[in-house]
Design a protein around this ligand. Sequence first.
Ligand code: CTP
Length: 371
Amino acid sequence: MSLLSDKKILLGITGGIAAYKVADWVRALRREGGQVTVVMTESACRFISPLTMAALSGNPVHTGMFSAEAPETIPHISLAREHDLLVIAPASAQTIARLAHGLADNLLATIKSYGYGVLEPDCGEMACGEEGPGRLTDWENVRQAILTAFAPKTLAEEHVLITAGPTREAFDPVRFLSNPSTGKMGYALAATARQRGATVTLISGPTALTAPPGVQCIQVTSAVEMQTEVMRCLDAATIVVKAAAVSDYRPAEKESHKVKKGQAALSLPLVANPDILKELGNRRQRSPLLVGFAAESRDHLKEGARKLKEKNLDLIVVNDIGGTETGFATDTNRVTLLDRNGAQEELPLLSKEETAHRIWDSVARLMADNR
Ligand code: CTP
């Protein structure tokens, strides 16, 4: 199962230099399981060849109103019926004006009012050498918009607070204790929650990732900073998901200058960090709904069940970090979901985004029980 499997996407390309970038999007959509049919305007064909788009999409490209091969079909009707989503990129001013029926003074506002999703151009250097708004937006933004169009809106009324990534516990200005978490699972949860209609706040330890579009991201470094931010954002949240790999301990002292070789004692005294999730579990009544993670290298179900109970959670995502395709720094995960009602769901090996969707499905069921 891929995120776009069974989805039929019609890609309209209009005349703009960015047409060449869209060629790559066709491959990306197919990699996600989507079926792509391309429609090109006459001027688009001057920027990129229909042959290229036919080869990349694996389908004939439509460039006119009538098809020589199948004259009985009228493409402007059949294409609309046969596809789930229309993406127009790049969208030339001419095309936007056509969509808006031409005579509006703010064409983008007009087509938005018709219900079109509009991804505004990015700022930067353009092919003509000018700087400004006009660059085709990044594929990642387009990808998120397409996935949003298809995602069930199970979190439309919810404000989701997610923690992600590792924490770093410094013992001098250049050294710290940490773990190999890359934040991928937490960021996938943030992106998919947004796709499902939630307002999302992501509190992230240091990672190399970019916050998903439409997600408010707060950067923190240590467990204590993460705790402060979680508590500050808690009142607004209806669901809290603690995907962060929080360091359980921090150095008892932090030196203000770099510790020199030969100067250091060969042991590092530690003190315990707050268990943020346990604190949340202890203080809440029925709300917010609380989801934890358990990273385990052995007895994972037993340990997961223990943490579910001890931290007073609604759901725990148990991660067996023993395998090579699961856990830290991978794009895939194999987890078991245990909920407060005793249900146990073992998920197959999935991408972290697909895993995130399955977690939101469970959350939606638990939210429905609460009502
Ligand atoms: N967690 C937390 N604060 C901590 C430690 C963990 O909020 N100081 C949260 C994690 O974000 C995760 C859950 O608690 O959702 C379980 O984390 P894990 O590291 O698996 O377990 P620990 O509680 O640290 O227990 P142990 O180290 O004994 O496995």
